[in-house]
Design a protein around this ligand. Sequence first.
Ligand code: FE2
Length: 411
Amino acid sequence: MLYTNARIENALKTQDIRVENGLITAIEDKLSPLPAEAVEDLGGKLVLPPFVEPHVHLDTTLTAGDPVWNMSGTLFEGIECWAKRKEKLSAADVKDRVRRAVRLYAANGVQFIRTHVDVTDPSLVALKAILEVREELRGLADIQVVAFPQEGILSFPNGKGLMEEAVKLGADAVGAIPHFEFTREYAVESLNYACELAARYGLLMDVHCDETDDDQSRGLETLATRALELGLKDRVTASHTCAMHSYNNAYVLKLMRLLKMSEINFVANPLVNTHLEGRVDTYPKRRGVTRVKELTAAGINVAFGNDDLFDPWYPMGCGTMRDTVYLGLHVTQMMGREEILNSYRFVTTNAARVLHLGDSYGLKAGNPASFVVMDAGDYYEALTNNVPVILSVRKGKIVARTCPARREVMG
Ligand code: FE2
């Protein structure tokens, strides 16, 4: 298969991509079709590596309004709504919703997903269901599972035991939630435990870290220190880090040195954090999104995620990575032309680094033929005009195709 006239990652000139046996075998300015080779002319459209969702909760996805709506929109009412929905949780229910969510993602060119799954449940029903259904969905997406202790590791009965059981069942990454633990001491101990567990099993880590407006929430410094000392480094991700938005600047100045040394990754979730943070503020109201601009300027890897899709904590979301980038650029004030043009990296290459996808991710000869085509010439235009992913190719196979709407304005 030969795809011609591809504008790869905003390049000024177009190139041709040859796909054979699921692999990219050549990318050159001009390739002539081989005898009997099918050709699709991409007409100068933008081609990107597949989108990567670095942070979502598939176990709660697609449950908004069932059985009750979150009327205030707060985190705490979300927890109350979820407690009612949790009674109906079964393997079949989880699998059905995960299948639907992954198909939404697939339609939007997402081929890699990191999901957090609540393991503060003695039956681990959601974890087991997701580990099973991910095999069935491999044609559409690779799903990485984080053992996520929603109610704490030290603050939940047998929290440590459940974390280790989740790891033994096949979780890819170890989570933690230090800001939710009962005490500061528990927070530190939970991070020590989670880092030691990840090191012992050779796993990745992704911590819900300081997802609060409390400027005294300092899980991040402990996580970064352990990542450095245990040599886990870029295998570790700090998600949310909303408190960093509220830290005083003198503390951040000191913290940045450690963050750079530790080489950990960050995931910000602008849609959900702007929605849920700042809720105890009157005015001025904090935005609650971590310091993406400063972290990026310091050479630290930052990705953007959706966090929630249509669930008790976030009543919107349709499986596109576009909205989180669009809002993220606004709230972090990263609206320079180059910043907008290159912002696809938050949900492609940067997110791929979070998931440790390695050298096999990206458009180059020898890699799996996985890429998306957008109905625009570059990402600036794609983002501004909210264009669809018109083609998603995964390991050489077309997994989604969208025909853009035709609009006519009369008069
Ligand atoms: Fe989350």
